[in-house]
Write a protein that binds this ligand. Sequence first.
Ligand code: PLP
Length: 378
Amino acid sequence: MQVPFSRPYLRGDEGAAVAETIATGWVSQGPRVREFEAAFAERVGAHDAVATTNCTTALQLALYVSGIGPGDEVIVPSMSFIATANSVWQNGAEPVFADVDPRTYNLDPDSAERAISSRTKAIMPVHQLGLPADMDAFLELGERYGLAIVEDAACAIGASYRGRPIGSLGPLACFSLHPRKVITTGEGGMIAVEDPDVAERLRRLRQHAMDVSDLARHGAKDVVIESYPERGWNQRMTDMQATLGLCQLQALDEILEQRARLAARYTAALEHIPYLEPPFEPDYAQRTWQSYAVRLTPDAPLARNELMRRLLRDGVPTRRGVMAIHEERSYAAAAADLPHTEAATRESLMLPLFAGLTDEEQDHVIDCLAAHVGAVAA
Ligand SMILES: Cc1ncc(COP(=O)(O)O)c(C=O)c1O
């Protein structure tokens, strides 16, 4: 049996909806993007939401409106996708890596606090794999040291922290709409924004800081001569993507439910498989299960990469656990003492998990794991 690693969840009505949008003639950023932003904001409990081309550009813009620029430092976890650090660099600032909590794999507030220097301007907690970071601690740190808090919520649409949705907690939270995420627009990003003035500035910055949107100009009854009071970028989402996003939002609860059910099945099965630890589940958070990462204990009879190789031969693709950015050549110059990050990235791997994965496919994954690592009698 060949099991897919991941697949977007599409219900079949998306093509007709996108075709309808194309027929309107609005194929770049127009009314559908506005509609998607409003629906997204409502879903995550934010005052407003601003669409962009992807989560990396969302993070770059969110840092920019937080005043981050050359000479500044931003504290980030090294255990994250490299986009987290790249978005800091894209603003001319320097990412400073702090360690993760060894159980949640999320940025550890104490380690982040120790990394604060006179150049620190922001902390970027990541809700890794859709598990909320300890936001109360980070918002308190931000307040105490006068630092901006920008959330990398790439995997976290639908997650909640102490009963409140991710997107409603801090000033700026950035989501990804890549196909490997919980919902998708093909490529796409969204910034949940607390302050209405910041939202309007973000809307300008994503289209070269032009002071009038295409939508507003299209409906104007008089000639509009635009101006550019500051410099900006082109990070516009298209109306086709936004239409897909609106369809995906309708499926979000169904997707989250399926993911949670499959994750619970893995966790139950792992009770009977030695050397593999299921993800830690803190009681303060409801996660999205964007990925299911297991950890191979150091006394396991085979190494992580060998297990991945054997599983692949059985038709079970896996991925290494979340990377450690400071171990990449592109960030090798960054000083870092990150024992929890290094152990967790070395010992973890992600199993297939997506809405639409069948029980039969998942049972095959579980059987293969048990065959290679050894089963314990039930
Ligand atoms: C934690 C994290 N941050 C940022 C990104 C970047 O998202 P995008 O591909 O939408 O730019 C990703 C994507 O994998 C991610 O996992």
